[in-house]
Design a protein around this ligand. Structure first.
Ligand SMILES: Nc1ncnc2c1ncn2[C@@H]1O[C@H](COP(=O)(O)OP(=O)(O)O)[C@@H](O)[C@H]1O
Ligand SMILES: [Mg+2]
Length: 214
């Protein structure tokens, strides 16, 4: 299964979601490959900041031929997670076409909701070629005890072909702090609320597939 974490907007949490989802799935015993498809190389930098090997494989592959090259690599893994690049371009298109499921992190702000239209358009185009491409929004950086996460979910309902996942990631310092040390939140703070919400996201994205396979 290839999961693309994509959004044409920068700073929405693609790398944060990709790394932490990879860590959660690896801890459940899946063989995970994280593909850094962003020329900026944030996931590669994260990996090289670490003192120990990451609990999953990490490769850099910021190429517009990703959709052609990835299936060959993917055979060696249970799940491949693609950390996508911002901007609408060939890299973004290739990453979407490479994916079975696209997760679109969005922050609960009107700007992010408006900007999501670009990514939705790419998904629509990709679905012309790849009918059963799945996609879902993930609300990231919700501020706890505010209505803004719910408002964003309601506004995203305008894109009626793309559901909003029930799992939500809140704004939490541990996401940035752990990244600075080259760790996932599950490694840095295994009993934290952040680790719990990442596991819930992994369960929602991947759990149903496992039940089907069983
Ligand atoms: N849920 C969160 N809580 C706190 N900080 C976050 C959260 N998600 C992302 N961040 C921070 O926001 C910044 C942008 O996130 P990043 O994952 O790099 O976005 P992208 O890959 O889409 O550009 C990073 O500094 C990251 O640590
Ligand atoms: Mg990034």
């Amino acid at each position: 299964m290839i999961i693309g974490v994509l959004n044409q907007k920068g700073g929405v949490g693609k790398t944060t979601v990709a790394i932490n989802l990879a860590a959660s799935l690896a801890r459940s015993g899946e063989r995970v490959l994280l593909v850094d498809a962003d020329p900026q190389g944030s996931a590669m930098a994260w990996s090289s900041t670490r003192e120990s090997e990451p609990p999953f494989a990490v490769v850099g592959m910021a190429k517009p031929t990703l959709h052609r090259d990835l299936p060959r690599l993917a055979g060696n893994y249970d799940v491949v997670i693609v950390d996508g690049a911002p901007r609408v371009n060939e890299l973004g298109r290739s990453a979407i076409l490479a994916s079975d499921t696209v997760l679109i992190p969005v922050q609960p702000s009107p700007y992010d909701v408006w900007a999501a239209a670009d990514t939705v358009q790419l998904i629509r185009e990709a679905r012309q070629m790849k009918e059963n491409l799945k996609a879902a929004f993930v609300i990231n950086r919700r501020i706890a005890r505010t209505a803004i996460g719910r408002d964003a979910a309601a506004a995203l309902a305008q894109f009626d072909e793309i559901p909003v996942l029930a799992a939500v990631l809140n704004q939490r310092i541990v996401y940035a702090e752990s990244a600075a040390r080259g760790l996932s939140v599950i490694e840095a703070a295994p009993t934290s609320e952040a680790a719990r919400e990442i596991d819930a996201l992994a369960q929602e994205v991947f759990g149903s597939r496992k039940r089907k396979a069983a």
